[in-house]
Design a protein around this ligand. Structure first.
Ligand SMILES: [Zn+2]
Length: 416
């Protein structure tokens, strides 16, 4: 028995049967996790003798870190017309909708989200609100994505056509206090007339964005579908890539080995689109549906390559992409060849690293934020246990609810 003395009445002990700490291959038995308000201050395997602590008995449960989704859009409402709905909302209404989306993420076990495209820097306002509101997940915010004039997601408000425009756009984002820069290296499916298979920017202009971002001490991630955009973004020196589908006008290219080798060598994080949630009724038309077998083949190649991988669900872009879709992404990465432990690491500790939150998020370890899920069984044996959540703690506060179990399934996503 371990005795810890503390005069403070703010301590909580979570008692459970098993624990996955976000980094290991196996589970730790009999965990006792001591929380001091929102922070984990001890992880023990024996009962903690601490009379003043509140004991929360989660016997029968497996504790795992809260999930970290590296690609969501809180401003899109996961309807069949997210762009139209956002356009019809003023900023105040949009913020209400975004807060609801963020709360859905947290209730579904996603305690940190990286918002890679808002309008008017609204995700930064919500990020600030979340620091005082334990029902909201932590938000890493990119603000509006930088795109070409009239290009993919131009309606979100950040267009750059020249080197001077690009420097101004990056500086404006930095001035607002974004956590990361997001640039649209290719077209996307959510913008009529946009062509995902084509590069949007000349690689020289991407390099201006990379240099200006790095000068400000930030990282930059590129939305890149087609091979030319992936190649251009790698040449320009981006730190991370989104989607990386290698889609063509009518299909999907096999992932080119030379580009995969460059990704692996430079440790460019791949935020891969996973987490398609089963929907009720007929699925809306999605240009990615017919491509799914070839997309899965590429996902397998990338997962087998040794590249740093996280899961970005694109939560919000269609009804199959609610903001808590990350629970399904773990199973999708297992389908793509990762072990359950690797898939969970991709969605916890590795995702925290990609978000610059290592040491704070993605692990159940001393000094980390107490973002913790209790599950009815081990996700290392069965990833669908992520749908059997019995408790969610966000920075030490337990959310009031239980999610309804749903069938896991689906596979990579369409994307905006
Ligand atoms: Zn997106």
């Amino acid at each position: 028995m371990t005795t810890i003395t503390s005069p403070r009445p703010t301590l909580t002990v979570l008692k459970a049967d098993w624990l996955f700490d976000g980094t290991t291959e196996s589970l730790l038995p009999h965990p006792r996790v001591l929380l001091d308000q929102g922070t984990i201050c001890a992880v023990e395997q024996t009962d903690v003798d601490l009379p003043e602590a509140q004991i929360i008995d989660l016997t029968g449960s497996t504790l795992v870190p809260g999930l970290v989704d590296t690609h969501v859009h809180l401003a899109f409402d996961a309807s069949s017309d997210p762009v139209g709905h956002l356009a019809a909302r003023d900023d105040a209404d949009a913020l209400v909708s975004m807060a609801a989306a963020a709360r859905r993420a947290a209730r579904g076990g996603v305690t940190t989200v990286r918002d890679l495209g808002d309008r008017g820097y609204l995700s930064l306002a919500l990020r600030a609100a979340g620091r005082l509101d334990p029902t909201l997940p932590d938000i890493i915010a990119a603000g509006p994505p930088i795109t070409t004039p009239g290009g993919h997601c131009h309606y979100l408000g950040s267009e750059a056509g020249t080197a001077d425009d690009m420097r101004s756009a990056v500086r404006e984002h930095v001035g607002h206090g974004v956590d990361i820069i997001k640039i649209m290296a290719s077209g996307g499916n959510l913008t009529p007339g946009s062509r995902p298979e084509l590069a949007q920017f000349d690689p020289d202009l991407l390099r201006v964005a990379v240099d200006e971002t790095h000068r400000a001490g930030l990282t930059i991630t590129a939305h890149a579908h087609g091979t030319p955009a992936v190649a251009g973004a790698l040449w320009a020196g981006v730190d991370q890539l989104e989607h990386v589908t290698f889609m063509t006008a009518d299909g999907v290219d096999p992932a080119p080995p030379d580009l995969v080798a460059t990704i692996v060598e430079r440790r460019v994080n791949l935020s891969l689109t996973a987490g398609m949630v089963p929907t009720v009724g007929p699925a809306p038309p999605n240009p990615m549906t017919a491509r799914r077998p070839a997309l899965l083949a590429n996902l397998r190649r990338l997962c087998a390559s040794g590249a740093p991988i996280t899961a970005g669900t694109d939560g919000g872009v269609n009804p199959g992409k609610p903001h808590d879709a990350a629970r399904w992404a773990v199973g999708d990465l297992v389908t793509a060849g990762l072990t359950p432990a690797q898939a969970l690491r991709a969605c916890t500790s590795h995702a925290a690293l990609a978000c610059g939150l290592q040491g704070r998020k993605g692990r159940i370890a001393v000094g980390h934020d107490a973002d913790i899920l209790a599950l009815q069984g081990s996700p290392l044996d069965d990833p669908s246990m992520l749908h059997r959540i019995t408790a969610v703690f966000v920075r030490g506060t337990r959310l009031e609810y239980a999610v309804r179990p749903r069938t896991a399934g689906g596979f990579p996503a369409g994307d905006p």
